[in-house]
Write a protein that binds this ligand. Structure first.
Ligand SMILES: C[S@@+](CC[C@H](N)C(=O)[O-])C[C@H]1O[C@@H](n2cnc3c(N)ncnc32)[C@H](O)[C@@H]1O
Length: 312
């Protein structure tokens, strides 16, 4: 992410903390395995990751629900001068959505690299023929944009490092086709704070990704961001796609409060999107009442329906 925005976010949290003198030790999530490979949160009494195909499910709901692949390709081809794509997530958990997104992004980047290589090869072949004719046209078409992905995630009750490892091992057993990045555990350890609210980040230089974690209960973080003591509108109109992944409204009403929907309205770009497992009334009403057009679509495997939306 643009360094300025990172700095502003950091300042905002610091200003708020010193004004209200709030600081809290981290409350960790607590998990148990209730059936073979079903990971359960004891804190929220809800399921983190289901039995089989948890990754396929997440990919279908959040990555496909937000049409990332398609949008990235269109974005790359467009003449738009925007070089950042900003995804925000509510509920970082074990970072599975993040790792899936990182993989998709890396595939997209390597496809676009090989496309631009073959383009420049064929271009040099026909260069002499149509040199003057296509000069101005090719300039804009073959301009290689330096595309950057920012992934901003809110997390109030993180997993301890050992639980993260346990989750990866279990998911590995039942999702054998997925190439798990166990190295991420080391990164997670570095960015995990001891107190909230706070922000930490990590830059994946090679992939052009910045991961930004906003740590703390969502209501507290929203208070900070919406109140914006420095009046800088740091995230206003900046988010391209949201993953709403904070347990079900039945088990966790805090995640689906009116303030959450107000934040979605304020921070999402026009035509920005949301995707979520939940089709509960509170979610549908919250989104439609805050500027989103919504649609129920067929969910993956055992999930009958999921919800997607677009900011109007
Ligand atoms: C289903 S898990 C998310 C899984 C995650 N997206 C992944 O891909 O691994 C839901 C997450 O929401 C977090 N959460 C629940 N209530 C919260 C709240 N009020 N504020 C912040 N985070 C919350 C939980 O701690 C948990 O990590």
């Amino acid at each position: 992410m643009n360094e300025k925005i990172l700095l502003k976010l950091n300042n905002l949290i610091h200003t708020y903390k010193s004004k209200y003198n709030i600081q809290q030790n981290i409350i960790y999530n607590d998990i148990s395995i209730i059936e073979k490979n079903v990971i359960h949160s004891n804190l929220f009494n809800d399921i983190y990751y289901s039995k089989d195909g948890a990754l396929f499910e997440k990919e279908s709901v959040f990555l496909k629900g937000n049409e990332l692949d398609n949008r990235w390709q269109l974005w790359e081809m467009s003449d738009e001068n925007v070089s950042n794509f900003n995804i925000a997530e509510i509920g970082f958990g074990a970072g599975i959505n993040f790792l899936l997104t990182k993989n998709l992004w890396s595939e997209f980047k390597s496809k676009s690299k090989s496309k631009s290589k073959s383009k420049s090869k064929s271009k040099s072949k026909s260069k002499s023929k149509s040199k003057s004719k296509s000069k101005s046209k090719s300039k804009s078409k073959n301009k290689i944009k330096k595309l950057h992905l920012n992934y901003i995630s809110f997390e109030g009750y993180p997993l301890q490092k050992n639980d993260l490892k346990k989750v990866y091992e279990l998911l590995c057993e039942s999702n054998i086709n997925f190439n798990f990045d166990f190295d991420f555990i080391k990164i997670y350890e570095k960015i995990l704070p001891s107190e909230t609210p706070t922000m930490t980040s990590y830059s994946f230089e090679k992939e052009n990704i910045t991961l930004i974690l906003l740590w703390g209960p969502i209501e507290k973080l929203i208070e900070i961001l919406l109140q914006d003591l420095e009046q800088q509108d740091v995230l206003e109109g900046k988010i391209d796609a949201w993953y709403l992944d904070g347990f079900s409204p039945k088990c966790n009403s805090e995640m689906w409060s009116e303030n959450v929907f107000k934040m979605l309205n304020k921070f999402t770009k026009i035509d920005g999107t949301v995707a979520t497992y939940s089709v509960a009334d509170v979610v549908k009403k919250g989104l439609t009442g805050n500027g989103f057009e919504i649609k129920k679509i067929k969910g993956p495997k055992n999930k009958k329906e999921i919800l997607i939306g677009k900011k109007k």
